[in-house]
Ligand binder design. Structure first.
Ligand SMILES: Nc1nc2c(ncn2[C@@H]2O[C@H](COP(=O)(O)OP(=O)(O)OP(=O)(O)O)[C@@H](O)[C@H]2O)c(=O)[nH]1
Ligand SMILES: [Mg+2]
Length: 249
């Protein structure tokens, strides 16, 4: 980890941002404004073996982050699940009250952090709070039709697989209250590259967590950011992973 957190106190929330070749999509100013405005948030970017300008951009961010932006560099690409798992492990070393992860493309805007944190603040029983992309009237959930319907099919299957009744397990915006069950959910590498969100939930439940302590927040804004590296091959792989994970434990 470089640019390690030099602040005197650990920020209350450590947010992990996995990045794989994100030079074209990263918006450094958005992250810098966040840490400037929110003294209780620290960011840990994970460079997931990027081969573009991502490392330079992240090093620059860490330099200007006032001690609250750090970068964990993985020598080889580990996939989003590997990046998130390693990142959360590293973040936990600083003993924050909350950890989370957030997609680098800011499909979920950083303003939603407050929407999620409001829930854990208001409800001490809630351990996991997840952004949920529900197309309600008056919200700005902009997802291309094909991805929306494929996503809905997948989400329904995923929800059945963990017998949880969640609406959207796959949204890349999640925050966790650090406790034993949450810690244990992140201890070992995940089996799946893309369906690891489900593994987190399954592990949390297996470690003594409770389904009633998981909370989904319908996001006010979510936008498909072009440049996703997910293709049809990934979709089939994700379905296969889903079957494997459903049968775990
Ligand atoms: N594609 C990809 N993303 C990775 C990898 N490692 C980390 N990530 C990060 O994982 C996050 C999600 O990746 P995306 O490519 O935006 O996934 P997506 O297809 O947009 O998924 P949705 O936003 O749910 O539509 C980003 O922050 C990526 O930088 C990797 O090996 N491949
Ligand atoms: Mg995305």
């Amino acid at each position: 980890v470089t640019g390690a957190l030099s602040g005197k106190t650990t920020p209350r929330l450590q947010l992990v941002v996995p990045c794989y070749n994100e030079a074209d999509r990263l918006r450094p100013e958005a992250f810098l404004s966040l840490v400037a405005a929110a003294p209780d948030i620290g960011l840990l970017f994970v460079d997931d073996g990027s081969t573009d300008q991502t490392p330079t951009i992240l090093a620059d961010l860490a330099r200007h982050g006032g001690g609250r932006i750090a970068v964990l560099t993985l020598p080889r690409n580990a996939g989003k699940s590997g990046a998130v798992q390693r990142g959360v492990q590293a973040a936990l070393e600083h003993a924050p009250q909350f950890v989370g992860f957030w997609d680098a493309d800011l499909s979920t805007p950083l303003t939603a952090i407050d929407e999620l944190m409001e829930v854990v603040d208001a409800c001490p029983g809630v351990d996991i709070v997840m952004g949920s992309r529900v197309k309600l009237l008056g919200r700005h959930i902009r997802r291309n039709e094909l991805r929306h319907y494929c996503g809905r099919l997948f989400a329904t299957a995923a929800s059945l697989a963990v017998r949880l009744g969640a609406y959207d397990t796959q949204c890349g915006a999640k925050i966790f209250r650090v406790n034993e069950a949450v810690r244990r959910a992140f201890t070992a590498p995940f089996r799946s590259r893309w369906v690891f969100d489900l593994e987190i939930l399954k592990r949390y439940l297996a470690a003594g967590g409770s389904a009633s302590h998981i909370y989904e927040v319908p996001l006010t804004t979510w936008t498909d950011v072009p440049g996703s590296k997910l293709g049809v091959g990934h979709a089939f792989r994700a379905l296969w992973d889903l079957i494997v994970i459903a049968r775990l434990h």
